[in-house]
Design a protein around this ligand. Structure first.
Ligand code: NAI
Ligand code: MG
Length: 473
């Protein structure tokens, strides 16, 4: 068993100043696979101070220098590919055959993508007597979730490094190992001491220290809406920038004249990705009532194609939930859906066939879900899809927008131009048309209670930048 008894602070591996540790559980075996020791308040303080001390020289480096280091980091990530895959398989239960594609490929590409954008920091806009320049915002604190540990880290880290910021990052309790590998990589490529600091800890204990600290200029949080609100409240006292990427209950409108089989396949597969633990999953499928029976038939078929099982088995397409807590939460929602009278068309609360242990949940689909049911309104964060019927496209748009969330959405219509007309009326940060997939060029973030700010795309750089106007007439 691995004992991770170190933090990465100021360019050195340091022992935490407490003896508190946390057991990491493999969700497929329910066995402890590692122990990680936790940072104290003093350790977090040290990490923030070292990020502050590193800021003046790192922010003064040339864009070309930062890009060079970032490309070296990407090269090292490629070399450590199998380790990064293993981190996701063991800590999250992601099937080994797809963990690279889900969790590692995009972060490597993203590192290079933002290395290319480092040069945009030098752009100066001239408007008459005004010069508009860009400067890095300063010391950043990152708090990340367990559902896409590496992807979420790189989504913050890469634009921050490109901009010239320094940082302290805290992974989720369940999934620290990908971050540990990244710290090893930072050390190997020779990133200056203090630019990247890694602390492990309990969110409710060290999160508030990061959020309230005077020497932290920006806090970027991804996770539950509950914790995201706490972070913003705690951060308010020091008027730092707060970026939040929170929950979702994204709607997917399939029009009456769309290719139903293709549209439903896309929607069901989208929800089952990562065992449904995806913030932008299209968990509300809105279908015309005249097509409901055809939709149910196809949805059941696609769900039954999923192979839920041992992450180490090459045939598995879905692993367990990342934690027992998450499994229990999802099963509880399935019970609520059944009790509320939704029609369970596939899945349910039993363990998938052939599995006796592990935090598994069957791919589950409800039809005839009404808008007032908790399964239609709340983020379940598991492999549970709700099919909701509508009678007119106006009604579909109304249902889509009837949510406290607005992270993502999708439309499948007869053709792209009819889909686009609907997309423009949905209140969400993204809208995927005609079966499209995630793109690094697409800014990602939420309307309403799904968050504030945008990650990914070139827009992500804006989070890490202070704009300075220099006026001389
Ligand atoms: P969580 O929000 O508690 O955990 C996410 C991160 O926040 C972790 O790093 C955790 O240590 C940290 N955290 C927790 N409390 C904090 C606080 N008071 N201050 C600062 N940081 C804090 O989420 P949890 O409890 O693991 O999952 C519950 C639900 O949250 C899920 O079922 C899902 O609905 C949602 N969630 C959404 C995510 C997303 O990507 N939008 C990611 C993870 C969870
Ligand atoms: Mg908002």
């Amino acid at each position: 068993m691995q004992f991770i008894e170190k933090l990465y602070i100021n360019g050195r591996w340091q022992k935490p100043s407490t003896n508190n540790s946390l057991a990491l559980i493999n969700p497929a075996t329910e066995q402890v696979f590692a122990k990680v020791s936790l940072a104290s308040e003093a350790d977090v303080e040290k990490a923030i101070v070292s990020a502050r001390e590193a800021f003046p020289s790192w922010s003064a480096t040339s864009a070309a220098h930062r890009a060079l280091l970032m490309n070296a980091i990407a090269d090292e990530m490629q070399l450590r590919y199998d380790d990064l895959v293993a981190a996701h398989v063991t800590a999250m239960g992601c099937p080994i055959s797809i963990a690279g594609a889900y969790h590692v490929d995009c972060p490597i590409e993203a590192m290079r993508y933002y290395a290319n954008l480092a040069a945009t920091m030098d752009e100066v806009e001239e408007k008459g007597t005004v010069l508009i320049t860009k400067e890095p915002v300063g010391v950043c604190a990152f708090i990340n979730p367990w559902n896409y540990p590496l992807h979420q880290l790189i989504g913050k880290l890469a634009p921050a490094l490109a901009a010239g910021c320094t940082l302290v990052t805290k992974p989720a309790e369940q999934t620290p190992t990908a971050d540990l590998i990244m710290a090893e990589i930072m050390h190997k490529v020779g990133l200056p001491a203090g630019v990247f600091n890694l602390v492990f800890g309990i969110g409710s204990e060290i999160g508030p220290i990061m959020a309230s600290h005077r020497e932290v200029d920006l806090i970027s949080f991804t996770g539950s809406t509950r914790a995201g609100i706490e972070v913003a409240k705690t951060a308010a006292g020091t008027v730092k920038r707060v970026c939040q990427e929170l929950g979702g209950k994204s709607a997917y409108i399939i029009t009456q004249d769309a290719d139903i089989d293709a549209a439903v396949r896309y929607g069901v597969e989208d929800v089952m990705v990562n065992s449904g633990q995806t913030c932008n999953a299209l968990t509300r499928m809105l279908v015309h009532s005249s097509k409901l029976e055809a939709v149910i038939k196809q949805a059941r078929l696609v769900a039954q194609e999923q192979v839920v099982g041992d992450p180490l088995d090459d045939n598995s397409s879905m692993g367990p939930m990342t934690s027992e807590q998450q499994q229990q939460k999802v099963l509880n929602y399935i019970e609520q859906g059944i009790a509320a009278g939704a029609q369970l068309i596939v899945g349910g609360t039993q363990m998938p066939e052939g599995l006796k242990s592990g935090y598994y949940v069957k791919p589950t689909i409800f039809a005839r879900v009404s808008g007032d049911m908790s399964i239609a309104r709340e983020e379940i964060f598991g492999p549970v899809l709700c099919i909701i019927s509508y009678d007119s496209i106006e009604q579909a748009i109304e249902i889509a927008n009837d949510s406290i969330y607005g992270l993502s959405s999708a439309v499948y219509a007869k053709d792209k131009s009819s889909a686009l007309k609907i997309a423009r009326q949905i209140k969400a940060g993204q809208c995927y048309l005609q079966g499209s997939y995630f793109s690094l060029d697409a800014p990602f973030g939420g309307y309403k209670q799904s968050g504030n700010g945008r990650e990914w795309g070139s827009q992500a750089m804006a989070e890490y930048i202070e704009i300075k106007a220099i006026i001389c007439d």
